[in-house]
Design a protein. Structure first.
Length: 339
């Protein structure tokens, strides 16, 4: 974890929400993590990753709750380690994810997860019983963040989210694209995330020794390691998103821009669970989904925009990416709720 890594103040607000009516206690917790309390009132503020990780650990001890008192029952200290210990024994990510949600259900009362697999697509949905709208919002995001980040860790790679939607409404964050992907909807009918089901067939690559390391550094693993806005993969994402497909650099050119050797560039991406070609495909998919959802551009125009000379090749790639045709995707999102 590098000092320039940072986290939106939104996630600090999430962690300390339970102390909102106890200003002295809140100030004490924030000071212990070296976070200025005044930042809570600045929606654009960011805090260092090290301060955020410290706050996470301080707050769960302060509350004796590893779900930050967002649930009416909560998760006493040690629950998360107990859950993770059972997951590393599963053979693949699907079995691990199902076991993970069952384990969380032993502790949480207001948030329940479910997994539905339909061919090439997998959907994790959250059923919420929380009455307080802020606890509901923070709790749903925390639950899904834990699910997808644990999957990333268990599989040793970044898992790309193709679609995310939340029942609540809120302002969009600069972190959102990396956390939830480019196809993000608020004020939806249900809270769920969708991704390619091929990830679920990946083996669990973690072991007891790696679990011990993970538990010592859980906050940065869960929020920063695979979802880091300042990481190398994020820099590549942002570089590609900021330019037209025809002007995208090759791997060698990208490494040169970052003043890295090609070997070091590849190795550092691999440590973040990514590959250059995979990032390119993620950005192409994200742009295509965004244009299909938000514009009247024809499928042929969108295909050309993301680098496909033949619309048929774009159709095949899009169906491989999302499990459906571009036309079906556009129809589905246009008939659904808007964020």
């Amino acid at each position: 974890m590098r000092e320039k890594d940072s986290v939106s103040i939104y996630f600090v607000q999430l962690i300390v929400h339970a102390l909102r009516d106890e200003p002295l206690r809140l100030q004490s917790v924030l000071e212990a993590a070296d976070i200025d309390m005044a930042l809570l009132d600045d929606p654009t503020a960011r805090v260092s990753a090290s301060a955020f990780a410290a706050l996470w650990l301080i707050q769960i001890k302060e509350l004796d709750d590893e779900f930050f008192a967002l649930d009416s029952h909560g998760m006493p200290l040690g629950s998360f380690a107990l859950i993770c210990r059972s997951l590393i024994q599963e053979p693949n990510l699907e079995k691990a994810l199902r076991q993970c949600m069952a384990n969380f259900a032993l502790f949480l009362r207001d948030f329940r997860g479910s997994l539905v697999v339909r061919g090439a697509r997998a959907v994790i949905a959250v059923d919420t019983q929380a009455v307080d709208p802020v606890k509901r919002r923070f709790g749903e995001e925390t639950f899904l963040l834990l699910m997808i980040s644990l999957l990333c860790w268990l599989g040793g790679r970044r898992i790309s989210i193709d679609r995310a939607q939340f029942c609540h409404q809120r302002e969009r964050l600069s972190d959102d694209a990396l956390l939830w992907g480019f196809n993000l909807t608020f004020a939806a009918a249900t809270t769920e995330i969708e991704f390619s089901s091929h990830y679920l067939r990946l083996p669990v690559v973690q072991s007891l020794p790696s679990l011990k390391t993970f538990l010592r550094t859980a906050p940065q693993w869960l929020v920063i390691r695979f979802r880091n806005q300042r990481g190398l993969a994020a820099q590549v994402y942002q570089r590609l998103r900021a330019s037209q497909y025809g002007h995208w650099p090759t791997l060698l050119e990208m490494a040169d821009e970052l003043k890295l050797s090609p070997t070091t560039f590849r190795r550092r991406l691999e440590r973040e669970g990514c590959a250059f070609q995979g990032i390119k495909d993620d950005v192409r998919r994200g742009i295509a989904q965004q244009k299909l959802r938000e514009t009247d551009m024809s499928v042929v125009e969108i295909a050309s925009l993301v680098g496909f000379q033949e619309p048929s090749a774009f159709h095949r790639a899009f169906k491989k990416w999302t499990g459906e045709s571009p036309g079906h995707f556009r129809t589905a999102v246009s008939s659904g709720p808007k964020g």
